[in-house]
Design a binder for this molecule. Structure first.
Ligand code: 5GP
Ligand code: MN
Length: 356
């Protein structure tokens, strides 16, 4: 049995909010991934079947690799259709915030949403959500936001509106946020949710391959290059680092999504239990981290890279050069794995070495 984890008062409040409105906007974090888009689209499909005018607004572009998610063509992308996005949000009577915990994760959409006199509903599985939401459904232990959307629908008695399209969308998030059912899915209820979703009989294999196993030729070559030429290993600290510059990305005609699973690859090496990938984007350095076991990369990303996330999958942004971001990585190694000082060095000269 799937237990009702969300408290009844919250569900009642949400029910009243949904019943009282017609126009609903749904938004998710920037650089949206399979869980952000899958949960947003699934909820959108169900709300539409309930007769609501529901629209998904994303802060920025949807990666080409996720365009297969049912209904994705109707998503309003803020950076592409700013006026339309402002209109949808301005007219919304209720806004769902999916798969993010802090308003800064939606970039400029935050500035638009914050002054609006509209109720905000959070459904999310990141640690430490901000206290700005009228309804907050936050379960960091959940596999994905898609799992939480399922639980919300179940507890509201709306599962009969979960059609094949909505189920496909949920499947994408359940699959991608667990790395293809590899991690964050120890809870037996996860599989009961999967079973319920699977009963809608969509083309599971095609979705799986499109979400996890489809890359352009350029992307496959870029990943090969990165692993062969750019992967640095630090076996004593269990770490791997891959850094790709703007020039390297351009050489392989980089498109968003092309490096999606690259950061996981070094974890195949037995000595490596945490992996860092740095990508020089036009406006910032994007950091992605993955780990295995109880080594928390979310703390590292929060402390050093202005980010956060989950224990084993986190990310951040670095405002500086690629070299500076790499220097911070070396600082992390020093901080987390301090080398014993050489016994014959006087402490003053040791100090000098650090300062230099
Ligand atoms: P990815 O490495 O796939 O971009 O992100 C993995 C996870 O890290 C995301 O699901 C999200 O939870 C978190 N994350 C990624 N980038 C950021 C960021 O810039 N800030 C915060 N707070 N979390 C991030
Ligand atoms: Mn997620």
């Amino acid at each position: 049995m799937i237990s009702p984890k969300i408290d009844e008062k919250t569900i009642e409040k949400l029910r009243a909010l949904i019943n009282g409105v017609q126009r609903i906007a749904i938004t998710c974090h920037k650089s949206p991934d399979g869980d952000a888009l899958g949960s947003s689209m699934a909820l959108c499909h169900v709300l539409r079947r309930l007769g609501k005018d529901a629209v998904v607004v994303t802060p920025d572009m949807v990666p080409k690799s996720l365009e297969f998610i049912p209904g994705m063509r109707e998503v309003v992308v803020f950076t592409k259709h700013e006026q339309r996005a402002k209109k949808v949000l301005g007219e919304a009577q209720l806004i769902f915030c999916l798969d993010f915990n802090s308003i800064k994760r939606i970039d400029r959409l935050g500035e638009i949403i914050e002054p609006l006199n509209v109720k905000l509903v959070l459904i999310d599985h990141h640690l430490d959500p901000e206290d700005i939401f009228d309804v907050s459904i936050s379960f960091p232990e959940a596999s994905s936001t898609c799992e939480l959307v399922f639980r919300v629908l179940m507890q509201m008695g709306l599962l009969r509106y979960m059609d094949r399209m909505a189920a496909s969308c949920l499947y994408v998030g359940l699959m991608t946020d667990t790395g293809g059912f590899a991690y964050s899915c120890d809870d037996p209820e996860f599989y009961e949710i999967m079973a319920s979703v699977m009963r809608r009989r969509f083309d599971r294999i095609t979705l799986y391959n499109k979400a996890l196993n489809t890359f352009s030729a350029d992307s496959v070559r870029l990943q090969g290059y990165a692993l062969c030429e750019k992967m640095q290993l630090f076996p004593e600290q269990g770490a791997a680092l891959i850094v790709l510059s703007k020039e390297e990305l351009e050489r392989f005609n980089y498109n968003r999504g092309d490096t999606e699973t690259l950061v996981n690859k070094p974890l195949a090496i037995p000595e490596i239990y945490w992996s860092v990938f740095m990508r020089e984007d036009p406006d910032r350095i994007k950091i992605s981290c993955r780990s295995q076991g109880d080594f928390s990369v979310s703390e590292i990303c929060a402390r050093y890279y202005n980010g956060g996330g989950h224990e084993n999958a986190a990310g951040g942004e670095f405002d500086g050069t690629l070299d500076e971001a790499v220097a911070v990585f070396h600082q992390i190694l020093e901080d987390l794995f301090p080398q014993p000082a050489a016994p014959d060095l006087p402490s003053t000269s040791n100090q000098q070495t650090i300062n230099n």
